[in-house]
Design a protein. Sequence first.
Length: 135
Amino acid sequence: MSDQVARVYLIDDDADMHHAVRLMLEPRGYEVKCFLTGSSGLEAIRRQPPDVLLLDIMLGSPVEGIELGNRLACDPQTSNIPIVMISSLSRAAAEDLARQIGLERLAADEFLEKPLAPDAVVEAVASAAAHRKAT
């Protein structure tokens, strides 16, 4: 990223998580927009893609976040958006869940386990923003 403010979207069905992530990222200059559902987040992504997406695995269903991440990664219009998956599951458990629903892998550039450590969130977002995939 240059001097431009990185736009971060968070899709998580927990409003408290929205508040916590804002407290972690906004003081560091990130613009944070939060969405409670995968469908509202997807609509916003289609209108104005973020620089980084924080995506909870368990939304309306236990695999909605996994499915949404895969959908974004497979779509040429959104495949360049770095995805930081967040979950109360371990990465290994999330990858197993992805395989159980027929996916080869979890579409995550970074993975963070809840409860989120502020430094880990800032580091993952900064890394993802710096290494945003070329279109």
